[in-house]
Design a protein around this ligand. Structure first.
Ligand code: HEC
Length: 119
């Protein structure tokens, strides 16, 4: 074998442990499973649909009204190629999103709220 071939063999021999370590870096936040989510009707359907493309954390980090979730679904469909979910299935998913992830700081005044203002 040439020196070059040995270099490839050595690289392959070293590669697997690197891959294993890359999957579990210390301190990684475990991604959510369906059981971690608030139990309401539509939980499995919503989790399955959204995690086809991205971590559910992208969804659960948000808090929105049903209307804003509806706009998000339209955006996912039009710009991110999400299947166009309509009818009762869309209603179920919107109900779940609005119930499990409502707006985080409901504004009583409807306007800007100073985040540094004393509560
Ligand atoms: C077909 C793929 C696909 C599916 C299915 C999908 N998304 Fe997304 N979603 C994306 C992509 C791609 C991004 C990142 C877009 C970007 O940041 O430009 C994203 C980002 C998001 C974000 C973050 C927006 C932000 O402001 O950072 C939210 C919220 C979201 N998706 C909600 C959902 C919900 C809710 C579902 C399920 C009902 C869903 N997505 C299903 C592709 C998808």
């Amino acid at each position: 074998m040439t020196r070059f071939t040995w270099a490839i063999v050595a690289a392959l021999a070293l590669a697997p442990p690197l891959v294993v370590r890359a999957q579990e870096p210390a301190g990684t936040v475990r991604d959510q499973t369906v059981e971690d989510l608030p139990a309401h009707p539509g939980r499995e359907e919503t989790f399955g649909l959204c995690t086809a493309c991205h971590a559910y954390r992208l969804v659960s980090n948000q808090g929105m009204s049903r209307e804003r979730w509806d706009e998000t679904l339209t955006w996912m469909t039009e710009r991110q190629n999400m299947p166009d979910i309509q009818g009762p299935e869309r209603a179920l998913i919107l109900d779940y999103l609005a119930t499990a992830h409502p707006p985080k700081a409901p504004s009583r005044t409807g306007g800007f709220q100073n985040p540094f203002a004393p509560q």
